[in-house]
Design a protein around this ligand. Structure first.
Ligand code: ATP
Ligand code: MG
Length: 400
């Protein structure tokens, strides 16, 4: 198969290939970008594979006054800064094989090879093992084009062995079901089932990346269905049962936080700390989970949880056919006197001028003041706030 016209992203990257081929090396586009181009899907990260060694790649580009960054020279990868834009930074990787996966995790050894076929052999699925030459010729060593037209995910070579080598591919399989809308070929699915237990040997950070991509994909419900059918969910932290969804077909998650909040609501035993995710994400998830639990909102909840989390929670409820309060949350947020305590026009310093000593009591006073402002009981205006403070102070004295 030969493409008459290359998508723009490849056209832009074509001079990168040409520079390598003119220097006497082989160079091709490879992996996800080739797959996506053939599917007419948007292309991101154009990856290049070459017969040149990393040192040779660097030499070729430095001679053309292009900068390179060593981002994984031991694995054969050099980043070539062809243009200023990030879309014009290309990962150029030497043809390689990966051998002896004694721990089911990472290859023990990466070996550079001279032949593209050997490089394609190490790749996970046939549709990810397609290459494209600068003249538009598609290189298809494993009938990936047939699989592409049949929307089929099939492991390259002997499926069982491929998942034994690297069990992350089990998760990648479900992820591609979700993102491409493909189905798993029977032997491939069987091998995924048989090797799912090896997921316990894979670092949770790598599993998270794939699970996150699965959840954010349009076809996440199909991806989850395959994960559920396979039983592989048993080897994911906190999954005490299979995760099934009953959202309408056109629903998809707006953010990682929303997706993981839904997971957390479905699987109460799940602890995101076990997934080693960033604290920032954990906090966002917790806010959405708290908002989801509310039957009704006051300004205070919208203020403390934030508009984004409240809307994410209400959007989830809506997608589940439950009563949602999108309007109310929007109105409450729009009417908030302040969105952050830094907007309060009176500070601790002002209270000290009134003779209130710094300490826990002042902290409590400021907190009450914040709440009263948010609830609309108190104007965020210096005069009224100081009046209020004086009254509170008097009240405290009376209580003594
Ligand atoms: P995406 O569009 O989500 O980036 P992708 O196919 O480009 O999908 P990447 O994770 O970016 O996926 O990997 C690039 C290519 O490297 C894949 O297409 C595949 O050929 C190969 N690859 C990546 N991870 C693995 C793996 N664990 N085992 C085998 N091959 C892999
Ligand atoms: Mg990619």
């Amino acid at each position: 198969m030969k493409l008459d016209m290359l998508p723009e992203e490849f056209e832009k990257a074509r001079p990168v290939l040409e520079l390598l081929t003119k220097a006497g090396f082989e160079a091709v586009f490879v992996g996800g970008s080739v797959r996506d181009a053939l599917l007419g899907r948007p292309i991101h990260d154009v990856d290049i594979a070459t017969s040149a060694y990393p040192e040779e790649v660097k030499r070729v580009f430095h001679a053309a006054h292009k900068a390179t960054i060593d981002i994984g020279v031991e694995h054969g990868t050099v980043l070539v800064l062809w243009g200023k834009a990030e879309s014009q930074h290309y990962e150029v990787t030497t043809y390689r094989t990966e051998s002896v996966y004694t721990d089911y995790r990472r290859p023990d050894r990466v070996e550079f090879v001279g032949d593209l076929r050997d490089d394609l052999l190490r790749r996970d699925f046939t549709v990810n093992a397609l290459a494209l030459k600068e003249d538009g010729q598609v290189i298809d060593q494993f009938e990936g084009l047939v699989d592409l037209s049949q929307k089929r995910l099939r492991a390259v070579g002997v499926a069982h062995a491929r998942f034994q080598e690297d069990a992350l591919r089990v998760m990648r399989g479900f992820r591609f079901v979700a993102s491409l809308g493909f189905h798993l070929e029977a032997k491939t699915f069987q091998a995924m089932q048989e090797n799912a237990e090896l997921l316990t040997k894979i670092s949770i950070e790598r599993i998270f990346v794939e699970m996150d991509k699965l959840l954010l994909a349009k076809g996440f419900q199909e991806g989850l269905q395959a994960l559920s059918d396979s039983g592989a969910w048993r080897y994911l932290p906190g999954f005490s049962h299979a995760l099934t969804s009953n959202f309408s077909q056109d629903f998809h998650f707006q953010s990682s936080a929303q997706a993981w909040a839904w997971v957390k609501l479905e699987l109460s035993d799940l602890d995101l700390k076990d997934w080693k995710v960033a604290n920032d994400l954990i906090q966002k998830v917790e806010k959405i989970v708290s908002a989801y639990a509310l039957d009704d909102y006051t300004s205070w909840e919208v203020y403390t949880l934030g508009l984004e989390a409240c809307l994410a929670a209400e959007d989830l409820k809506k997608a589940q056919g439950k009563t949602a309060q999108v309007e109310k949350v929007n109105v409450l947020d729009a009417c908030l006197a302040i969105h952050h305590k830094s907007e309060i026009v009176v500070s601790g310093k002002d209270l000290m001028m009134l003779g209130i000593a710094a300490g826990p009591e002042m902290g409590q006073l400021l907190k009450t003041m914040e709440r009263e402002i948010v609830l609309g009981h108190l104007l965020n205006e210096k005069g009224s706030l100081l009046e209020w403070v004086k009254k509170q102070a008097l009240k405290n004295i009376e209580e003594l």
